[in-house]
Design a protein around this ligand. Sequence first.
Ligand code: NAD
Length: 389
Amino acid sequence: MFNEERKLEKAIRWGMVGGGRGSEIGHAHRAGAARDGLFQLQAGAFDLNEERGREFGTNLGVDASRCYKDYQSMFAAEAAREDGIQAVSIATPNSTHHAISKAALEAGLHVVCEKPLAFTVEQSKELKVLAEKNNRIFAVMYGYSGYPMLHQAREMVKRGDLGDVRIINMQFAHGFHNTAVEEHSPGAKWRMNPEISGPTYVLGDLGTHVFHMAEMITDLEVDELCCVRQSFVKSRAPLEDNANVIIKFKGGAIGNLWASSVNAGSMHQQQIRVIGEKASFEWWDEHPNQLRYEVQGKPAQLMDRGMDYLYGDDPGVCSRIGGGHAEGFFESWANLYHRYALAMQAADANDQATLGSLWYPNVDAGINGVRLLECCVESADNNSKWVKF
Ligand SMILES: NC(=O)c1ccc[n+]([C@@H]2O[C@H](COP(=O)([O-])OP(=O)(O)OC[C@H]3O[C@@H](n4cnc5c(N)ncnc54)[C@H](O)[C@@H]3O)[C@@H](O)[C@H]2O)c1
């Protein structure tokens, strides 16, 4: 079980780009990063609007002189300070991720960037090269992958509890955008605009999460895929509000992924089911403390977080309270930020052993998410042809 004994000599001096007042995901970053005291928010370019960003930042306790008008001035001014930030999280709309990440890496910062990482695989690979050259950690915020029961799932596949994996069923299909809500919601509006959202909507916004989950749990690599996508709300074209992808994995497993924002009546419906030769499991993000495990010929079992029959927490992603209590989204994010902090410390100390053993959603996971989108668009726009991954 987790406790908050100190893991770093000093908290990492941390800044944010985006995540300003009213943003959807800014608070999740701050809550996740602050949870274990491993990051301290000291600077920010929180908002496109300078005044609003400064007012917001000072209300968070950041000194007004370190609430900047944009990321360029923040990186330059912070680099000139002895006590300047060491890491930055980027929680801005998709079109900005590549440029801000690149500038952050060039300024010598560790980076936590939102997904989808960039518009193209080429841009994403450029970030990987830069991060490696500068010995910086580059993490991608697949925020669900800190849930302990997904790590139990990963361990079960590793230990062969399912036998060889045959089928992976992935879906993230909410109903919040079943009508043109973008007409009055700024957060929805940019997601439907290809110049800001990129070449996809639901595939990037939702599909990348559950795709990453499949990769993380099974370690399987994609061979090829085909995709069909629709814009049920016509004004969203060319971006899709519904998509289905069939994925062939190397070694013979098959996957199907459904991403949708027009699943009317649904809250989230983010689910992954992994089916092996002898057993299957299923996880729902609306019930993240449980994993349903089904062995052919036996009664189904509902496994619960925090119980002794699990394979055990690892030091980075773990239960924070005993079984039976509810843990949720912010604990998942805290688990990830915890790992990012350990990775950043290890990178600074050139501690290759720790870096080699520590799992977290890294730049490769980000690149694969973008590759998924590129391949899906190529397939869907060419009569759903099969595309090599
Ligand atoms: N990991 C997750 O679970 C998750 C959930 C929601 C959103 N996201 C991702 O997070 C990102 C942000 O999404 P959101 O829904 O919070 O968006 P949002 O529109 O609600 O908020 C964006 C914030 O960024 C600020 N901003 C925009 N451009 C900026 C710039 N150049 N410099 C500084 N600030 C800037 C805006 O003023 C606003 O405060 C997107 O890439 C999205 O895909 C991830």
